[in-house]
Design a protein around this ligand. Structure first.
Ligand SMILES: Nc1nc2c(c(=O)[nH]1)N[C@H]1C(S)=C(S)[C@@H](COP(=O)(O)OP(=O)(O)OC[C@H]3O[C@@H](n4cnc5c(=O)[nH]c(N)nc54)[C@H](O)[C@@H]3O)O[C@H]1N2
Ligand SMILES: Nc1nc2c(c(=O)[nH]1)N[C@H]1C(S)=C(S)[C@@H](COP(=O)(O)OP(=O)(O)OC[C@H]3O[C@@H](n4cnc5c(=O)[nH]c(N)nc54)[C@H](O)[C@@H]3O)O[C@H]1N2
Ligand code: SF4
Ligand SMILES: [Mo]
Length: 745
């Protein structure tokens, strides 16, 4: 009988970073529990954590590379897979140039240390302008807005609500009780939100749906989808008018205050009430409350991003924070001081720019070297020089997650060559010619290099693999590094040689950025003194040791090292957030740019939209506690129970249309239609219907037996690839105009 042991790691299924205690026997996971010793999560977990066990044992999860043939999928060796990919991509690049091969990175990459740290290598090896990632269906407005205001590449300029100390939290377009927080890394969102009220603070939720978060709040305010920028400008208008603007820590550190005053002049709360659906007196009162609170944070997330005016709405949130003196104030919004400053390894420059080039077909601006994923289908389908003929997908299922699924499905199906690094044969990867599976989260080590850049406390924790992957099964970093070498023509190099090149890049970047902290530290010394030999572990050791709590390779004797972190299997708490605005600011002016042209230039579009008579029904999304995006529906314990993929509709609309709970409705948009079972609920504001995303399984050629028994419908059949936030190129996933009828009609 193998011994039973307990392994500690962070849960990989959302941004909350809960600590897990995983009981393991041999290569079997016996149980998954919340780690009570974890100083950040203190034993909290949600039902998704159990998915770690089910995903580990899922018989549909791929363990070896597969190739699609006329008679079905066949397993091939890793060597054969790399060779085929190298040859076919090589040929396409020789004939059509590098841009003919596209690259798309999905959401789970942030939870896979190897994929996250070796993705830049693969991106360099591909050298394509057609590089996409899931940000354009998620965070792109925040990327653009914080980049332009604070001058930092994402996510380093994102101020995080100091939720444990705040006196007032305005949540707009986010549902942290279910999502557990995003761009605000914290375990136990429900507990932390309740604590705001328990210590006498106030929690207000602004959302077209009375969400699970609204239910535990002091106040819920309905807002029309897309009305946020106008509503927030209304609040700012009131702050100016009532002379409540106070810059606090940002005093003397801002540019453009008068321009902001000019912009919001035409947005009196009374003038925006009809468009936003928020009564003027509510807007004015909320502005007054936020200004009067000892400390306050305005926090917007997906509802303020993947909508028609995402950049303006995100801008509005941070303007409220700055103009009420809450930027960089304890209890306001603050910048994390991460232990592993992965950003240090990025190219350093002053200022932040977007649109250095534009996408080929619809001319959308580049952001951080990537073009919005909403252009992906047109880049694949539109002939001409630079057309995307092959794609490499890294942990993403765009046919379920991105706008206009049907078009994407067609686009992937007609590619000359498609490679997916993924462990399921799903709605997207079924079109792949080769699929390279990487180990399940239970099988690799980890450190939350990305998520700890945004945590509400400064924390550090090493995650151990619960079970070692089988003999000869490569980790994700090995797959990416080998693919990168193959594509750069470095096939002859050993894994160690390639890895030393990767390390060299991270060392050079970090030392250049941190030379003031560690004068005299050289690349030679660093390389010689690193204790880890290879892989992401070595990179994390580097980052921790040169980071703000690090030992500087012996210069601070009791400083943090990877070895010390490992001696604390449940993780380390490094204290509350610290004020650090001057150090974060990286604009060319050295100030917070309150009125970047990208935003001021987009205001006319909002005005024009406000003049139009809307009146149509619009569709928004809905997240569920038991699954994340599209990939957890194959786990039996999570999908069991009543059907979750239902259309929520208000009683008023249901009656008008002639629909009742349990009946099937047909929903039409410009690009497609679906049929879904109806649930009538007064949680939804009239004129708005809601359908969760990530469903629509049961498609032929997939191998997800459990998911295919619980297919649901794909909400992104309805979302429109031509609808995007013009300032950033972000897809409109919330606020899609739709028509709803009973299915029979
Ligand atoms: N309508 C609508 N659409 C939305 C949203 C919405 O609110 N409404 N939300 C959007 C948001 S915020 C996001 S982030 C995107 C996410 O969209 P995607 O980035 O496409 O993420 P997933 O749907 O989770 O798909 C993840 C893929 O990675 C694979 N995978 C998961 N974990 C691993 C792993 O550890 N290793 C390997 N090799 N593969 C793995 C899965 O099999 C799956 O194919 O969806 C967006 N789409
Ligand atoms: N259980 C679970 N947790 C998750 C995920 C998951 O799929 N399931 N996904 C993870 C990912 S990838 C992300 S990015 C985060 C997202 O984290 P959140 O943003 O907190 O999650 P959402 O549920 O998408 O919340 C968006 C809210 O915006 C509202 N909304 C829609 N349109 C508008 C609008 O125009 N204005 C306003 N004010 N509100 C609007 C919706 O009703 C919804 O309540 O969650 C993460 N956590
Ligand atoms: S909230 Fe749930 S899914 Fe998110 S990290 Fe914690 S246990 Fe995992
Ligand atoms: Mo996301």
């Amino acid at each position: 009988m193998p011994n039973r042991e307990t392994v500690h790691r962070v849960c990989p299924f959302c941004e909350a970073t809960c600590g897990l205690s995983i009981e393991v026997e041999g290569d079997a996971i016996v149980s998954v529990r919340g780690d009570k010793e974890d100083p950040f999560s203190r034993g909290f977990l949600c039902p998704k954590a159990y998915g770690l066990k089910e995903l580990h044992h899922d018989p549909d999860r791929l363990r070896r590379p597969v190739r699609r043939t006329a008679s079905g999928w066949e397993e091939i060796s890793w060597e054969e897979a790399y060779r085929e990919i190298g040859e076919r991509i090589g040929r396409i690049r020789r004939e059509h140039g590098n841009d003919a091969v596209g690259f798309y990175t999905g959401n789970p990459v942030v939870h896979d240390l190897g994929a996250l740290l070796y993705r830049p290598l693969l991106e360099r090896a591909l050298g394509t302008r057609n590089s996409f990632n899931s940000s354009a269906i998620d965070t792109l407005p925040k990327i653009v807005q914080t980049g332009l205001m604070f001058g930092r590449p994402f996510p380093l300029g994102v101020p995080v609500p100091d939720i444990d100390r705040t006196d007032y939290l305005l949540v707009i377009g986010a549902n942290p009780v279910v999502s557990h927080g995003s761009l605000m890394t914290m375990p136990d969102a429900p507990g932390r939100l309740k604590a705001v009220r328990a210590r006498g603070g106030k929690l207000v939720v602004v959302d077209p749906r009375r969400t699970e978060t609204a239910r535990i709040a002091d106040e819920h305010v309905f807002i029309r989808p897309g009305g946020d920028a106008a509503f927030l400008f209304g609040m700012l208008h009131a702050l100016f008018e009532e002379d409540r603007v106070d810059l606090g820590a940002a005093s003397g550190l801002v540019n453009g205050l008068d321009e902001v005053r000019g912009v919001v002049e035409g947005f009196a709360p009374e003038a925006v009430a009809e468009f936003s659906g928020v009564p003027a007196e509510t807007t004015r009162r909320l502005a007054r409350e936020i200004a009067a609170a000892e400390s306050a944070a305005c926090y917007g997330r997906l509802g303020t991003c993947v909508q028609e005016f995402g950049t303006l709405a995100s801008w509005g949130c941070d303007l409220v924070n700055v103009l009420t003196g809450n930027l960089d104030r304890p209890g306001g919004v603050m910048f994390t001081t991460p232990a592993a400053p992965v950003d240090a390894a990025l190219p350093q420059s002053k200022g932040y720019e977007i649109g250095r080039w534009h996408s080929r077909v619809s001319g959308q601006p580049e952001v951080d070297g990537k073009v919005p994923s909403s252009t992906m289908a047109e880049e694949m389908l539109t002939p001409g020089p630079g057309q995307v003929r092959a794609m490499l997908l890294l942990m993403t299922n765009p046919v379920c997650s991105a706008a206009n699924s049907r078009q994407l499905d067609e686009a992937f199906a007609q590619l000359e060559f498609l490679v997916a690094v993924d462990f399921y044969i799903n709605e997207t990867t079924r079109h792949a010619h080769v699929i390279l599976p990487t180990p399940a989260p239970s099988e690799h080590a980890g450190y939350e290099v990305g998520l700890y850049l945004l945590s509400v406390r400064n924390v550090a924790k090493w995650s151990w693999p619960a079970v070692e992957p089988g003999e000869g099964v490569p980790d994700s970093w090995q797959v990416l590094s080998r693919l990168g070498a193959e594509l750069m023509g470095l096939r002859g190099m050993s894994e160690q040689e390639v890895d030393d090149l990767v390390l060299g890049q991270y060392v050079a970047g970090s030392l250049a950025a941190l030379q003031e902290r560690w004068p005299g530290l050289t690349a030679g010394e660093v390389t010689a003194r690193l204790e880890s030999r290879v892989g992401p572990e070595r990179l994390v050791e580097l980052l921790l040791r040169v980071g703000p709590y690090g030992d500087g390779f012996g210069r601070v004797p009791d400083g943090l090292t990877l070895a010390k972190l490992r001696e604390a299997p449940s993780g380390l708490d490094l204290g509350p957030l610290q004020p650090r605005l001057p150090e974060v600011l990286n604009t060319t002016s050295g100030k917070v740019e309150l009125a970047p042209k990208t935003m001021t230039g987009d205001v006319a579009r909002l005005r024009a939209r406000m003049e139009e008579r809307a009146g149509e029904m619009v569709l928004i999304g809905r997240r569920e506690l038991r699954y994340s995006n599209s990939f957890m529906h194959n786990l039996p314990a999570l999908v069991k129970g009543p059907e979750k993929c239902t259309l929520h509709i208000s009683p008023l609309d249901a009656e008008r249309i002639g629909l009742d709970t349990g009946q099937v409705a047909r929903v039409f948009s410009r690009v497609g239609h679906v049929e879904a079972r109806v649930e009538v609920t007064d949680d939804l504001m009239p004129g708005v219907v809601s359908l969760p995303h990530g469903w629509g399984h049961g498609v032929s050629g997939t191998r997800m037996r459990v998911a295919n028994d619980h297919p649901g419908v794909n909400a992104n059949v309805l979302t429109d690839d031509r609808a995007y936030d013009v300032a950033s190129g972000t897809a409109v996933l919330m606020g899609t105009p739709v028509k709803v009828t009973p299915a029979g009609e």
